[in-house]
Ligand binder design. Structure first.
Ligand code: NAP
Ligand code: G3P
Length: 489
């Protein structure tokens, strides 16, 4: 159904003012597959004038959109979710070739996104305001009543990362739209074609013209101009800490939501259920080749069980299949998004080895395919203990006790999630209460879902809180109308 999105020459147009536009002679960006370098398609390298146009369209469309009854807005989102579901298989193939996501993970992303959109539509309808009487405050009688509703902020800029080009775009667009905002959407360039398919679903669902507008192009070229645009009312960004900090440094007096990098630790204590821990750590660290912000990116294990855990991890990681997911659905270790990403991973591995870490597994690389790496005796003197590899590499750091685990965990600049494996729930709560992160998983891997849970990063991992209701709240504000009641009697 989406096949008409592609123009001759494998060009994918942008969507503005309810139309798919492709300007004659515009510069194009070739998007090549991380699987084999084949041409997936081309998107426009938009310029500042294009950004101005998109912002102006969104600004002008917003008052009409906010006046559409919320149940109508929600109906459109439900239709978009159904269209996505009907076209899931096509979307999976786009994700497979554009970002190298295996079909199983791709299908999970698309179906999860449809669920997200439906849940956002229903949540927004059930977020009524409140009425507050003055008499509950000292010194006041029944002389006033405040009627509080929630208002959309206006124009939301949604910027998404490459690794979830459908889900982490919809997780911005859906709550923004259903709340009555209009959206200017800048997808990750590697992932833009997948993202434009998502936009197609919203168009087919009957979204009015101007409500959702896309701007493709390299963030390094148009990013600064876009995030500082005067017509913006909110920025919803997911991506690296480096870019997030750049944006936060540029933007003045505009609210924002940021989900950034992470270095999530798995803390394994002496009484942990090791088979459970191993299964969760391996899945958490290596799914989609570790290209997840919430991936388990370090193991902090107490000495007394470290040898046993390392052996079990090695056995489980050795069983992971690396290769081309287009050729083999059993592959879980897929080629990284590009060769630069593979260079980053390998440089961290080499530095750790040079400083004495023990390579238990891996080290083999074929271009941007990095076979899973497991390293033991990683110390805090090594970059791998602190930096985000965004690849299939897991460092084991041996610790004395829970206290040292907390200290090393908190010393990280990141604060996204942590997970703890212990059968002592009191100990789990005690440790969790002291970890400087947004979420602590007890006896489970670090992960964002389910999507109605709050999802947030602290320190260098983000600003604000995502999660369906939280995202709707972030992109709306209270509006108070106070009725002053004259005393007649
Ligand atoms: P990225 O390089 O930071 O890019 C993210 C988005 O920002 C892309 O759309 C990118 O556009 C855009 N961008 C780049 N420079 C910009 C600028 N100066 N101004 C405005 N936008 C700009 O991140 P990524 O490589 O896509 O994703 C990997 C990183 O994101 C990792 O660090 C990961 O931890 C983090 N991440 C975090 C979460 C989370 O929920 N916390 C989720 C996913 C990923 P281009 O693609 O055109 O460069
Ligand atoms: O990196 C994407 C981030 O949002 C993690 O999502 O569901 O894989 O934990 P998830």
């Amino acid at each position: 159904m989406f096949s008409d999105l592609e123009l001759p020459g494998k060009v994918y147009p942008n969507y503005q003012s309810g139309k798919w536009i492709q300007k004659e002679g515009a510069d194009l960006i070739e998007i090549r597959s991380p699987l084999d370098g084949s041409l997936v398609g081309k998107v426009t390298a938009m310029c500042k004038d294009d950004v101005d146009e998109a912002m102006d369209i969104a600004k002008r469309a917003q008052p009409r959109w906010r006046d559409v009854p919320i149940h109508r807005r929600a109906e459109i989102l439900h239709r978009a979710a159904s269209i996505l579901t009907e076209n899931a298989r096509e979307m999976v193939e786009v994700l497979l070739y554009e970002i190298g996501k295996d079909r199983k993970s791709g299908l999970s992303e698309v179906l999860r996104t449809a669920d997200y959109i439906r849940f956002a539509a229903d949540s927004a309808k059930n977020m009524p305001g409140e009425s507050i009487p003055s008499e509950s405050f000292p010194g006041f009688t029944k002389s006033k009543i405040s009627l509080v509703t929630r208002e959309p902020l206006g124009v939301v800029l949604a910027i998404s990362p490459f690794n979830y080009p459908v889900n982490l775009s919809a997780s911005k667009i859906a709550p923004a739209l259903v709340a009555g905002n209009t959206v200017v959407f800048k997808p990750a360039t590697q992932g833009a074609i997948s993202a434009l398919h998502l936009v197609k679903a919203f168009e087919m669902a009957g979204l009015p013209a101007g409500v959702l507008n896309t701007v493709t192009g390299y963030g390094q070229d148009i990013g600064d101009y876009t995030v500082t645009h005067e017509k913006l009312d909110f920025i919803n960004f997911t991506g690296s800490t480096q870019v997030g900090k750049r944006i936060a440094g540029l933007v003045k007096m505009k609210p924002m939501l940021m989900e950034l990098g992470g270095k999530d630790p798995a803390i394994v204590l002496e009484d942990a259920n090791l088979p459970l821990a191993v299964s969760n750590i391996v899945s958490g660290a290596y799914s989609y080749s570790g290209q997840r912000c919430t991936a388990v990116k370090r193991v902090l294990v107490v000495d007394c069980v470290a040898d046993h855990l390392a052996d079990m991890l090695r056995e489980k990681v050795a069983a992971l299949k690396a290769g081309n997911p287009a050729a083999d659905d059993e592959v879980t270790i897929v080629p990284l998004i590009d060769e630069h990403a593979a260079d980053t991973v390998m440089s961290l591995v080499e530095e750790a080895k040079d400083k004495g870490a023990k390579l238990l597994l891996g080290g083999k690389r074929e271009k941007n395919l990095v076979h899973p790496v497991l390293m033991d005796h990683v110390t805090t003197q090594m970059k791998l203990a602190w930096e985000e590899p965004f690849g299939p590499v897991l460092p084991i750091i041996r610790i004395r006790d829970a206290q040292e685990a907390i200290e090393i965990a908190n010393r990280s600049e990141y604060g996204l999630q942590s997970c703890i494996f212990t059968q002592n729930i009191d100990q789990a709560f005690s440790i969790a209460s002291r970890l400087e992160v947004g979420t602590v998983q007890v006896n489970g891997k670090t992960e964002r879902g389910p999507d109605h849970f709050p999802f947030l990063g602290v320190k260098s991992s983000g600003i604000g809180v995502q999660g369906i209701r939280y995202s709707i709240e972030a992109m709306t504000r209270p509006k108070a109308i106070v009725i002053n009641i004259s005393p007649h009697l």
